[in-house]
Design a binder for this molecule. Sequence first.
Ligand code: SF4
Length: 335
Amino acid sequence: MELFDAYRHCRLCPRRCGTDRTRGENKGFCGETGELRIAYVGPHFGEEPPLTGTRGSGTVFFSGCSLRCSFCQNHQISHDGIGRKFSCQELAEALKDLAVRTRVHNLNFVTPDHFLPHLERTVELIRQEGVPTPIMLNLSGYQSIEFLKISSGFTDIYLPDYKYSESRLAALLSSCPDYPRKALDAITEMVKQKGFLDAQCEGAIASKGVLARHLILPGHVENSINAITNLYLEFGSELPLSLMSQYQPLKEHKDASLNRRISIEEFERVYGHCLDLGFENLFIQFPEDNCLSVDGRSAFVPDFTSSTPFYFPGHSSVDNDGGGLLKKSHSSDFH
Ligand code: SF4
């Protein structure tokens, strides 16, 4: 079957909603038709050090999302659908420019699942142009094995979230009660394909492998503790893991605990658990680093209506999909 035919009865993500995205304005749960739409293409410096390096990561933020978490920090694109149409050729040219002129360390597709056929075609085009830059899929963790079997052919680095250990919470916040098992199975497949991230020492730049992320949600520390335990039991302490504390409420939530930032105590409980389990390749976003703001705007809340959605002091761009001020963990950092 021609890959673009997948849009006719779409089962690209585990929701398998079967929408015919080729018919007019038909959209699936992800909110997108079969036409590629993108909110932002550009370099940024907010990912983990082996991914950001010195020249940044070349990001592509796609419109829509197959997960659509109620607390999404990129709600303008995941829920509101901000973005414009792109052809594969146009995206390939923008990526070639990032790779050749800006010399970013990787090309970073952020939550791109619902556009898999366009991804495959675009990577084919840039490889034909001789661009060797590693391709990274920056994922929600809610991916099917079928998706990953296809993405394996053109992907070098996987950057998956593991958001929920609790089915109840996954159902409440992302309408996917099967997330905990589906995401563990997906990350297992990613590790089977690419191994752990290959940049282990200070200053090294990643070219291949898997780095898992977890965002701590306020009021849900047990979800985080159990998520970290699940990752440890499944992959051991060598799994490269990134612990994030940047959550901030962007709207009023029914769950009152989501209407605040995480507390230092919540962060320390989860961070302490990572240290107790002995994770050897840990990246940490410390809460005290999350308070920066520019003109009253948090550095971690992008504005996709602006030509420079991300701002970070000292750099031209930063994303908030999970990175930002991430440091390699040392036990002395724990206080
Ligand atoms: S990618 Fe979108 S249309 Fe396709 S199955 Fe998932 S939610 Fe449905």
